[in-house]
Write a protein that binds this ligand. Structure first.
Ligand code: FAD
Length: 512
């Protein structure tokens, strides 16, 4: 039993010009930006997990749309690529912003000139300490979900964001009751029309799980030590089941990086039932109460709910028994470790407020990715959403701002924050969302144009004052670049409104 003061003594203060906390996409991109911009500067990365997330196969699809894969790699890969980077694998316990120092769980003291906090977010659980409620965030939590699902006959999924959408679609052999607080599924990304387009995919006979593969996968070949196993080409890791569960920092403590695109690939999400089971959507409701059969406060059953390990009472009056509950109701920024003794301004969602230089309210402290809340006056066509793309863009831009600050150079907000653009897949359809795709913040001051071909494509355009301000494209529409241009150049489309979604007109040619 080594006391913390003894441990402190064994670790003299390490000093770096730049320190980044968090080995997710935001932190790693920030480190890479700093390390390549300043080859002579010492850059420290402190991260809780032994593996980092790296962007691979980056592709700029259009001016603002980008696509990439995410690889989980041993952190040694970063040090091999950038000799000026030192990775410290430990959890940051506290920050003394006035002294420019950080303390880690294993007793280190780390000094910085400029710090970037990229500690991500954790699932917002419906209740804490309820063994029947699971959150999905990192490899270990998906493995736990998979294990519990294998003997489950019915689960309740709560939430209406991207994770819930993917989950209900991927689960096989288990009845899913999906509780959404909105009038339509996928409200975070779509409107009711798009939801109607997607609903048949939940009802259709879905292909066996392994026939669905969206992007290239990599194999896990973690060595027995869970450490370095080669150079950049030799150490690929992914979110495959059977990874080393002893790996520090990827457990339910929430210390691991968030999963991302295709997180469910490689996990067989199968329940206990042989026959296909359906998805039942409970609209416009939230969880009122969760109770178990032995719960002394359990309400008197009004009806026979069946014998289940746990019951969920919904605000629509229904009570559903199930094997367990998946809480996919959003995330909470991981800012706690940095708050005590400092004066950070926090946004309503608990994120560290950052300005248009990714700077927090504390001097020389920046933040990027899921942990931060963008509090600058945004472009009329951009909003923050806690997604991979924005984690990468913010990490990259934070690195550039830190560098500009050191060199006392001015820096403008990057073009990537001009237009919200996201490309993904839901229910096996390509999905592109642009700008104010859900008419966010527009009130009644907008007009929608919609084109839908069942089972093939759904195209929605949001117009304000005759100008395009947002779009949702589901399926292989091939419209993303043209629509992106029309949104960016704010051309008055009033004369073309009737033709805009005419499938017989080559719209790209039309506006060439
Ligand atoms: P993270 O990736 O969470 O990384 C945070 C890092 O900080 C980790 O390395 C962690 O170990 C470290 N850390 C935390 N606290 C400390 C501490 N105190 N000390 C030291 N280190 C610390 N986005 C999409 O765009 N598309 C998707 O399809 C998609 N699917 C998703 C599916 C799931 C299940 C989840 C959970 C998220 C998904 N997201 C998706 C969101 C996306 O994963 C996140 O927006 C993104 O990963 C955020 O990156 P980040 O670097 O800010 O944080």
């Amino acid at each position: 039993n080594v006391s913390s003061s003894e441990r402190m003594a064994s670790h003299p203060m390490q000093r770096f010009q730049f320190v980044v906390v968090g080995g997710g996409i935001a932190g790693v991109t920030c480190v890479e930006q700093l390390a390549s911009d300043f080859p002579s500067a010492e850059v420290g990365l402190i991260t809780a997990a032994s593996h980092i997330k790296a962007v691979a196969n980056f592709k700029q699809v259009s001016q603002t749309l980008e696509e990439f894969d995410v690889e989980e790699r041993p952190s040694s890969v970063l040090q091999e690529k950038y000799p000026n980077v030192t990775v410290i694998q430990s959890v940051v316990r506290s920050l003394q912003a006035d002294q420019h120092t950080l303390q880690t769980e294993d007793g280190r003291s780390v000094g910085y000139e400029k710090l970037c906090i990229c500690s991500g977010a954790r699932p917002k659980l419906l209740t804490q300490d309820q063994p029947y409620v699971l959150g999905v965030r990192d490899t270990d939590s998906v493995q736990e979900f998979q294990k519990r699902l294998s003997s489950a006959k019915r689960i309740v999924v709560v939430g209406n964001g991207g994770i819930a959408l993917e989950l209900v679609f991927e689960v096989r052999g288990c009845e899913v009751v999906w509780a959404v607080k909105d009038k339509a599924i996928g409200n975070t990304f779509f409107d009711a029309g798009a939801a109607q387009f997607l609903i048949p995919s939940l009802e259709a006979q879905r292909p066996p799980r392994d026939a669905v593969c969206k992007r290239a996968r990599y194999t896990t070949e973690q060595g027995p030590e869970g450490g370095s196993d080669g150079g950049p080409e030799g150490g690929l890791h992914t979110f495959t089941a059977g990874g080393d569960r002893r790996r520090p920092g990827s457990g339910s403590t929430g210390a691991g990086s968030a999963l991302g695109p295709d997180w469910h690939e490689g996990f067989l999400l199968r329940g206990a039932e042989e026959r296909p089971q359906g998805v039942r959507v409970e609209y416009e409701c939230e969880v009122q109460e969760i109770f178990t059969p032995s719960d002394p406060l359990r309400p008197q059953p009004e009806a026979d709910y069946g014998e289940w390990p746990v019951y969920v009472r919904l605000t629509n009056g229904r009570t559903v028994g199930c094997d367990f509950i998946v809480s996919a109701t959003g995330v909470v920024p991981n800012a706690d470790a940095f708050l005590q003794g400092n004066n950070f301004s926090l946004a309503e969602d608990g994120g560290l407020r950052v300005d248009d230089h990714m700077m927090t309210s504390e001097r020389d402290v920046y933040a990027a990715g899921d942990v931060c809340s963008a509090c600058w006056e945004p472009s009329a066509l951009w909003q923050q959403m806690r997604l991979w793309t924005q984690a990468r863009q913010m990490g990259w831009f934070a690195g550039r701002c830190m560098a500009a600050d050191v060199q006392t150079q001015p820096i403008e907000l990057d073009f990537c924050f001009e237009l919200f653009a996201h490309i993904t897949k839901f229910f096996n359809y390509k999905v592109v969302i642009l700008g104010k795709f859900n008419a966010q913040g527009l009130g009644a001051d907008h007009e929608l144009l919609v084109r839908c071909t069942k089972g093939q494509e759904y195209v929605k355009v949001v117009l304000r004052g005759g100008k395009m301000v947002g779009a949702v494209l589901i399926g292989e529409t091939d419209l993303e670049e043209t629509f992106e241009n029309l949104i960016l150049n704010q051309m008055d489309l009033t004369p073309y409104k009737d033709e805009l979604l005419n499938p017989n007109i080559d719209i790209e040619d039309y506006f060439d």
